[in-house]
Design a protein. Structure first.
Length: 229
């Protein structure tokens, strides 16, 4: 049986029930998950596509979203696109990725997008219940070997943010930088910020030049080290 790693020992159990939205394109899985969750967790909505997920999350404003990584619909960004589409709620709604995939690129991409944890579908009902409470309480939660992917990608110690580095970037360049560093494509950035792909390319070139970086990979590393994602 798998165990769950969190940022704090023991479960964090809020006094009130946790309101949850389940996002997965398989109805049978959603039904089984609802049956396995503790009665103190209230499922207030379900969705099977990117568009449905963004709509129901905006309507219900849950405490936690249990989110599959690969979903139909949208621009092909799956769970990452759902998080981006729910950005105004990230201060109150937390996202916990729940997927069959344990690929490093899936884990890192969804965490960069703003998810608070990532667990695989092999865990038990009791474990997912505990993970929901942990995430609702502010912890970051991962299935055991997945935590290593995040540590490798983001490092374990925050670096000091040099004000003069950030001062080189305009407000728009900073927005573009964050989205590109989170793994968004140029097309996705353009749609998110309501600008043209050509304008995105121009901003990215300016960001790389000003920060003296040579690639998106270096930009992602730079942003992660400064906790800007």
């Amino acid at each position: 049986m798998n165990t769950i790693q969190g940022t704090a020992a023991g479960s964090t159990r809020p006094a009130n029930s946790v309101r949850v939205v389940i996002v997965d394109d398989h109805a049978i899985f959603r039904s089984g998950l609802k049956a396995d969750l503790d009665s103190s967790i209230q499922v207030v909505g379900e969705a099977a596509t990117v568009e449905q997920a963004i709509a129901v999350i905006a309507q219900q404003r849950p405490d936690v979203v249990l989110l599959d990584v690969h979903l139909p619909g949208g621009l092909g960004g799956g769970g990452r696109e759902v998080i981006a589409g729910s950005a105004p709620l990230l201060s109150t709604t937390r996202f916990l990725a729940l997927s069959v995939s344990d690929a490093a690129e899936d884990v890192v991409a969804v965490i960069r997008a703003g998810a608070r944890g990532y667990v695989t579908k092999t865990i038990s009902g009791a474990e997912i219940t505990d993970a929901v409470f942990r995430v609702a309480g502010g912890d970051a939660v991962f299935s055991p070997r997945l935590a290593g992917f995040v540590l490798d990608a983001f490092g374990t110690a925050p670096a000091d943010i040099a004000d003069d580095e950030l001062d080189r970037l305009s407000a728009r360049e900073l927005e573009v930088m964050r989205l590109i560093a989170r793994g968004y494509s140029y097309k996705e950035v353009a749609k998110e910020l309501f600008i043209s792909i050509k304008t995105v390319e121009t901003h990215v070139s300016a960001v790389l030049r000003k920060l003296q970086l040579s690639s998106r990979h270096e930009l992602t590393k730079w942003a992660a080290e400064r906790r800007l994602l």
